[in-house]
Structure formats: structure tokens, C-alpha cells
Write a protein that binds this ligand. Structure first.
Ligand SMILES: [Zn+2]
Length: 280
């Protein structure tokens, strides 16, 4: 039943942030009627980019064992419209789960996707840790060099950079990520990470509100059970695992009443143009 997925919602957004629970609950629950569009596996320490059309569902699947995915997305037709982690944190929370949405950057500001099924259902642990993280960002070779002195080409930033190259995008298009299957929190105002609680068969599923280009890096930190940096740092290769991706087309009748959301209709011009009658 759809209601099972939605009883877990940590909070109930209202007003312009409200989501149609019945609609997204049905999309997440009715798996038998969807048609598989594409399925692939992303090997360890690599990246992959793929389109998800508006109205399609996409699942990121734990195929072998726990592994963190660093996720980026763009409007498929306009890479300036991309996922905005900071605003999403404010509107949805610092961690996202079923019923939350990822919002796009200015001047667009619309939901790019809605999460329809998070099977991890981690909740809140004793340290205040939660899963699917927006607090942190991707690992990158610049901070890696800063902290370790080493050159390393398979950080998430680099994996994403290689992944989007076929779409003529560069590292300047890589942005702050959603860390899927990653548990984080703040303690004494310091960011902490924990080993991923995801198990084989777990999935993080979302509905594309607009045509998307999605990209994932299978983090070289693997399941984050061994620190990449710091005094306890070790070789994380043994805890790196591949992740699966599946794209589905739900039947038209399940999409009845839904329409792709428009970009913001703000037309004020930031006060750059004088208005008749002064400030209005
Ligand atoms: Zn990483």
C-alpha cells in the first residue's frame, strides 16, 4: 500500500512546498505496471551520466553491499539549471527521504525531482545522524591534495567530470551533491560521517519532474567505514562496491493530473529597471 511509504515522512511540508502524497505514493508503490527503460551498473570508483525524462522514475540500487553515491542533476536541455543543495537543505531538510524534492538553482527554482521510495528508512540515530546527506559535498582532488599531499584522480568530483564529458559538460558544471546512502550529522557544530547502512537490495527512487541529466560517482571512499583522510585513514578499496541504476516509465494513467512544473515566474528584474510610480 502506498501509505506505508509515506508514514515515514519526517515532516509534512505545507503551502507551496506541499506534495501530493497520494499521487507520489501510488507512483512509488505500483511497481508491477512500470516499463523498464534502461538498466546499468556503475563500477567502483567511476562515474556515469544518463538522462531521465520528465514523468519517468529512476532507482539507484545497492547491488552488492553498502556504497555511497555522489549525485548531481541538471535540466537536460539547459545545464545552467542544476540542483541547488543549499536551498534544498532549507526547504526540505539537511537529509532527504521519501516525499522530499530536490530544487533547482536561480533563476529557475522549481522541483527537479521528487523522492518516491527510500527503502533505507534510517531515521535519526543516537548522534543525530541521518541518511542521504545534503550537509557535505563531493570528495575532490584539490582537497585531497591539500590534506594528504597525494595526487588522486578518482575522487567523486573527477568521476563526475569524466561522466558528463559526453554531454559536453566540464568540472565547472559539477556542483554540490546529494550523498545518497551516506549518513552524516553535526556534533558540536562539526560535520561527521558514518558507515553507510544500506544493504543489498536497498534503493533510492525518484520521479523526474522535468527532463533531467543525472550523474553519479561511486565514491572512492566506498561505504565510508574507513576514513579517506585523517589519522585513521586507510585503504578504502576493499569497501568500494558498484551501484545499479534503473529507469522506468510508469503507465500514463498513473500520471493523470500531473504536469511538469514551470520555472519561477518572478519577473521583477531585481530593481535594475526603473518602474513607473517608483518602488512597487
Ligand atoms: Zn567521494
Amino acid at each position: 500500500m502506498a501509505s506505508n511509504l509515506w508514514g515515514y515522512l519526517p515532516s509534512t511540508p505545507v503551502g507551496p512546498l506541499a506534495v501530493d502524497r497520494a499521487f507520489y505514493g501510488r507512483l512509488g508503490a505500483e511497481t508491477a505496471t512500470r516499463t523498464l527503460v534502461e538498466r546499468f551498473v556503475i563500477p567502483i570508483r567511476t562515474g556515469k551520466a544518463w538522462p531521465v525524462r520528465a514523468g519517468q522514475l529512476c532507482r539507484v540500487v545497492v547491488v552488492e553491499g553498502p556504497q555511497v553515491a555522489d549525485f548531481n542533476c541538471w535540466n537536460l536541455h539547459n545545464p545552467r539549471e542544476r540542483f541547488w543543495a543549499a536551498r534544498t537543505k532549507q526547504l526540505e531538510g539537511s537529509h532527504v527521504t521519501t516525499g522530499n524534492r530536490l530544487w533547482s538553482a536561480l533563476p529557475y527554482l522549481r522541483p527537479m525531482l521528487t523522492i518516491t521510495n527510500d527503502t533505507v528508512r534510517y531515521g535519526v540515530d543516537a548522534d543525530g545522524g541521518r541518511c542521504h546527506d545534503l550537509l557535505g559535498t563531493r570528495c575532490d582532488p584539490y582537497v585531497h591534495k591539500l590534506l594528504t599531499g597525494e595526487e588522486f584522480d578518482y575522487c567523486c568530483h573527477s568521476n563526475l567530470t569524466r561522466a558528463i564529458r559526453p554531454y559536453r559538460l566540464t568540472e565547472l558544471d559539477v556542483h554540490d551533491v546529494l550523498n545518497i546512502f551516506q549518513v552524516t550529522g553535526l556534533k558540536d557544530d562539526r560535520y561527521f560521517m558514518k558507515a553507510s547502512p544500506a544493504r543489498k537490495g536497498d534503493a533510492f527512487e525518484f520521479f523526474a519532474e522535468i527532463d533531467l541529466l543525472c550523474a553519479i560517482s561511486t565514491c572512492p571512499g566506498g561505504d565510508l567505514s574507513i576514513p579517506l583522510w585523517g589519522p585513521d585513514a586507510g585503504d578504502t578499496l576493499s569497501v568500494c562496491r558498484p551501484l545499479g541504476v534503473e529507469v522506468y516509465q510508469p503507465p500514463a494513467e498513473l500520471l493523470a493530473g500531473w504536469s511538469s512544473p514551470p520555472a519561477s515566474d518572478y519577473r521583477g528584474g531585481h530593481g535594475l529597471e526603473a518602474k513607473a510610480g517608483g518602488a512597487g
